[in-house]
Design a protein around this ligand. Sequence first.
Ligand code: SF4
Ligand code: SF4
Length: 470
Amino acid sequence: MTHGYAHTPTMPQGLLSKRVERFAFHHQKWLPWIHAAMFVGFLVLIVVPLLLPAPNDNARLFHNFTLTANFLIWGFWFPLVFVSVIFTGRSWCGVLCPMGASSEWVNRIGLKRMVPRWIRWEGAPVVSFIVITILAQTVDARSFPEGIAVVFGLTLACALIVGFLYGPGYHKRTWCRHLCPIGLTLGSFSRLGMVQFAPKKPRIGAEALTDKGVCPTFIDINRKRESRHCIECLRCVQPNAKGGLAIHLRKPGSEAENIRDHHPHNSDIWFLFLGTGVAIGGFLWLTLPLYWQVRHAIAVWAIGNGWLSFLSPGPAWLMSVHPAGREVFTWLDFSMITGFMLATGVVFALALSACTALGSWMSGLLGGDKCFRHRFLELAYQYLPVAMVSLVIGLGSELFALLERAIGATPTHIIEVFIFSAGLAWSLHIGRRILMRQGLAGSRLALALVPSLLGCTAAGIIWWPALFGA
Ligand code: SF4
Ligand code: SF4
């Protein structure tokens, strides 16, 4: 979806922003070395645990490499990368990520074909996110190194193949722009971040794709309006040049609050509503008694009707088959996990869509500007904070467990509940600011905010058992 934009005035750059920019510019020569080191580290974390014997029940974290690698990936890297988006935007992508860097390396020697329409389709990264999120559950990537190898090996292979085949122009990252499930997540959450790369000489017109120029993610830099696709590679930043982009520090959440100026997009909404709903399902099936009751009933029915192959394990690249680890998923488990996660995604998306639609309708009724569709699109962004903190808490369970052992059970539980509540409050605040931009104030604003409250409550009710147990 595209929107027309008025000319964006040049933003004055603060002293701190200038210092950050100069520091980043002077140190960008190290980026290839950092990428190479990260690539080696990434391979070590993925491959070495496959070569080692499985840890026994007495193995301890930091005394066993397999457990350490698992913790570094799930307990440390994933939650902290999400948190880092608030403070540094998508710096993970531009500065550290080995998959994005390797996709760009192969692009240099690759075929550089035009990016096909199916890859440029706005739903492509959401489908990629859903597939990888479900696969991570069915192969149990949180528990076994083979699962980690399947998920990250597949992601790396796709990044390399796409990078080799597609991306005309200078050193492109088609995978990062259009397909990476992590990039989709970081891109949406970067709209909450306090770093913005803004054009020094902004041009009139909507945000647009271009394969001309230096940007690896195809951004037409002088018409750049949003943070989503900027991986902060620093290629367009030159402190003494009159053109290009400048680094600005801003209030966290300000892009979401003023989303109408920053190219709101349907794929963010698909991710926020459907993608995070599927992710909730990944946390929920483990804890929900109803899931296990239904699974038991279907298993009994399958035995009674002679569907025994449905109760046998499938290939290890598709589901967890670890007899020694006391976990063997069958086709029944695979189907149940996949179906449950998709169903949770649909229910979550319907619940948030209903609340957002109600809010958009009420906003229009009470004097809000723009059409229903635009108001809906804007208001959907209020759910960014609650989605982000929920994923951080869910994925950070191992980090919190480590803290728990260090400082005792109660404080970490309180910290988790506090972060979750802060996310809900932040979402409401952004909803209020979006409604203000739609022209509402006073009691009309308070009334139009009621559906936002309902939406945050619904999100809280659905996330709560997934994060804190049923
Ligand atoms: S978009 Fe994905 S592959 Fe690309 S740099 Fe970011 S995390 Fe890495
Ligand atoms: S806009 Fe600039 S910093 Fe951002 S990805 Fe493109 S070239 Fe890199």
